[in-house]
Design a protein around this ligand. Structure first.
Ligand SMILES: [Zn+2]
Length: 145
């Protein structure tokens, strides 16, 4: 049976299913996400937008960096998604959105150079100082825009 993950925001107003396997899961230590999410780091779970099926609610979208859209619940404020025109056909969902996050194991650390100085991991995962995904160079890097 194909894998289906379920997710919801903190208040439950927004819920979705994610069909099939995520193509990428990574820790993210970057400062924009730290501030947007309110956590020292997060884990992003990457899907194709077509794998995301909204069951209820309407996430609100916010963009501070051109080309980057973050979504969240307008009622409870839970962060939900991240999309970026430099990463076409990729939708990242916060690990906190998932009902069963224990089954979603990160594969790498992204923006390792921006980690907080007291963040320490004993894992053997790749530590990448920038995006862990190949970005379309024509869009530049969000931090440079
Ligand atoms: Zn909510």
């Amino acid at each position: 049976m194909p894998r289906v993950e379920t997710g919801a925001c903190f208040c439950g107003a927004i819920a979705a299913t994610m069909d099939g396997e995520p193509f990428w899961i990574c820790y993210d230590h970057d400062d924009d996400c730290r501030r947007a999410i309110g956590s020292p780091l997060t884990v992003w779970v990457g899907y194709r937008p077509s794998q995301f099926n909204l069951l209820r609610g309407a996430p609100k979208a916010f963009s501070k960096t051109p080309g980057v859209i973050r979504t969240f619940c307008p009622d409870c404020g839970s962060s939900i998604g991240y999309s970026d025109e430099g990463l076409p056909d990729e939708l990242y969902l916060t690990i906190g959105f998932f009902d069963k996050p224990e089954g979603l194991r990160p594969q790498a650390h992204a923006y390792w150079d921006l980690r907080l100085p007291w963040v320490d991991f004993a894992d053997k995962l790749p530590r990448i100082d920038r995006y862990s995904r190949k970005r379309d160079a024509k869009f530049g890097n969000p931090s440079d825009r």
